[in-house]
Design a protein around this ligand. Structure first.
Ligand SMILES: O=P(O)(O)OC[C@H]1O[C@](O)(CO)[C@@H](O)[C@@H]1O
Length: 545
């Protein structure tokens, strides 16, 4: 049994949460609830008043954070202490968005100069590709980027590029290839011209099966279009921490952008892994993205926990996961360009906090990371919101919306906003049986039918949600928003005393996948695995059912 569940605060929270009234009543009791339970930081505004909390709940949650030594843990991360204890690594993605004047030590050396040098190298490269000075093998400018990578070396660049579509510079397009399924790369290449295509291969380890296979196929395609081996340097660049392996693979040394062990894959979009983003939006906008994240870092480090946005959001998630039995959390973006963000936060949170032992190897006796999922509003309102309103699972929600649209058109944005706010209201207040009956008062149905339908229209309400607003979706606000969720994830991990920065589960997937590949490659002979795996491999070898 861990000490966490034995603490007085934990027990007090358990007792307290079971006695809290419905949110309707909490709102009725306190007209100042919105003012008291909202916070602004770094261009973002968080309304957390529609949560199952009162002053006492918040006090207990913040006590839990203090008892977990949260401030010390934040300092340790920003100072470069080796907090990823299973891989013996510092966790310093925050250094990637630090100021050039800062000194940040990892493994005994100041890492800020190499971060700045890499940004300068990126700026030079981005400038030459965007201006057309960087020429392909027939002397033409680049028109298309193909970004090859997977996991953290894919999702960040893809989602941020999609989110910042209004900032794309003219003349360049980007295509993302992650899956080893050949359909992914083939369906992109078929539309491209090798003379004007640049491949950015992103792999921290330079050892990931999917990325290596897709890069080799891209190179074969490039050569098959009439280019020669000497032309490869004009069309292939790599981002990696394994420079030796990239060089051995045949990447031109000048075309390798470094990254480092102290950057976790899912935290790496701020490094040269963000190169496809910078190529699309320009280096000035990429720097603005870093600046937004830096502002959130400063807020996180310097703000008392009671007003600290990432801490508040994290403690609310702890509340629902550990004291209300919530197993999932939904991210609802009321912005078409942010439609990919739920998937990005899913990777960030689930790869970080999907853990079941504490840092010292003790089995946890409480829930850790929930299932993170979500989608774009208003689309989801016509689908899975039904379960949010009337299902049996409690799923706290984050609604994210900019106040201003990049495409102000007629009444579109008013409707988007009214749906967003209407949903949070409906989730909170629900509908009582009497209200449902009143709505049916003019119905031609008989009393028995009205009573039945009223029962089906009842919504318990008391469903928690956060509303996160920003003026407009810009590189700076997006940087702050992503850093907010990074730190939220960190705080939850700190409370649960887990290592949020390793991923042994997904590593096992990589290992077993390679093992099975060897057995498939052997074409025949007993595979000596379990009966299901043996049979599936044999069916695959046969090639048909
Ligand atoms: O950048 P790499 O080394 O190719 O790894 C890709 C991804 O693979 C993982 O290690 C596991 O899937 C992720 O954490 C990482 O982002």
């Amino acid at each position: 049994m861990t000490t966490l569940t034995q603490s007085t605060t934990w027990k007090a929270l358990k007792n307290h949460t079971s006695q809290l009234p419905h949110m309707r009543e909490l709102f009725a009791q306190n007209p100042q609830r919105f003012e008291q339970m909202s916070v602004a930081a770094c261009g973002l505004f968080l309304d957390y008043s529609k949560n199952r909390v009162n002053d006492e709940t918040l006090k207990l949650l913040f006590s839990l954070a203090k008892e977990a030594k949260l401030s010390e843990k934040i300092t340790a991360m920003f100072n470069g202490d080796v907090i990823n204890n299973t891989e013996q690594r510092s966790v310093l993605h925050t250094a990637l968005r630090s100021k050039a004047t800062q000194t940040i030590i990892a493994e005994g050396a100041n890492i800020v100069p190499e971060v700045q040098q890499t940004l300068a190298k990126m700026a030079k490269f981005v400038g030459s590709v965007q201006s057309g000075d960087w020429k392909g093998y027939t002397g033409k400018a680049i028109t298309d980027i193909v970004s090859i990578g997977i996991g953290g070396s894919f999702l960040g660049p893809k989602i941020v590029s999609q989110a910042l579509r209004p900032y794309w510079r003219d003349g360049l397009n980007c295509h993302f290839v992650a899956n080893v399924d050949a359909s992914s790369i083939c369906e992109k290449l078929i539309h491209l011209n090798a003379e004007t295509t640049l491949f950015v291969m992103s792999s921290k380890s330079f050892d990931t099966q999917e990325t290596l296979t897709n890069t080799l196929s891209a190179k074969d395609w490039f050569l098959a279009q009439g280019a020669s081996q000497q032309d490869v340097a004009k069309h292939f660049v790599a981002v990696t921490s394994n420079v030796a392996k990239a060089t051995e693979f045949g990447m031109d040394a000048n075309n390798i952008f470094p990254m480092w062990d102290w950057v976790g894959g899912r935290y790496s979009l701020w490094s040269a892994i963000g190169l496809p983003i910078a190529l699309l939006i320009g280096m000035d906008n990429f720097i603005a993205l870093l600046e937004g994240a830096h502002q959130m870092d400063e807020h996180f480090v310097n703000t008392p926990i009671e007003q600290n946005m990432p801490v508040i959001m994290a403690m609310l998630s702890v509340l629902y996961g550990n004291f209300h039995g919530a197993q999932a959390h939904v991210i609802l973006t009321y912005d078409h360009n942010l439609r990919g963000l739920p998937a990005y936060f899913q990777q960030l949170d689930m790869e970080s906090n999907g853990k079941s032992v504490t840092l010292d190897g003790t089995d946890v006796d409480y829930s850790t990371g929930p299932v993170i999922w979500g989608g774009e509003g208003t689309n989801g309102q016509h689908a899975y919101h039904q379960l949010l309103h009337q299902g049996t699972a409690l799923i706290p929600a984050d609604f994210i919306m900019p106040l201003q649209s990049h495409n102000p058109l007629g009444k579109h944005h008013d409707q988007l906003a009214s749906n967003c706010f209407g949903q949070t209201q409906a989730l909170m207040q629900g509908r009582t049986y009497d209200e449902a009956l009143a709505e049916l008062s003019n119905s031609p149905l008989d009393d028995a039918q009205i009573a039945l339908i009223a029962k089906h229209k009842v919504m318990s309400g008391n469903k928690p949600s956060n509303t996160l607003l920003m003026n407009k979706l810009t590189p700076t606000t997006l940087g702050a928003l992503i850093a907010l969720y990074e730190h939220k994830t960190f705080v939850q991990g700190a409370i649960w005393q887990i290592n949020s920065f390793d991923q042994w589960g997904v590593e096992l997937g990589k290992q077993l996948g390679n093992d099975v590949l060897d057995r498939i490659g052997a074409k025949e002979g007993a595979t000596q695995l379990d009966s299901s795996s043996n049979a599936l491999i044999n069916l695959y070898r046969q090639g048909q059912l």
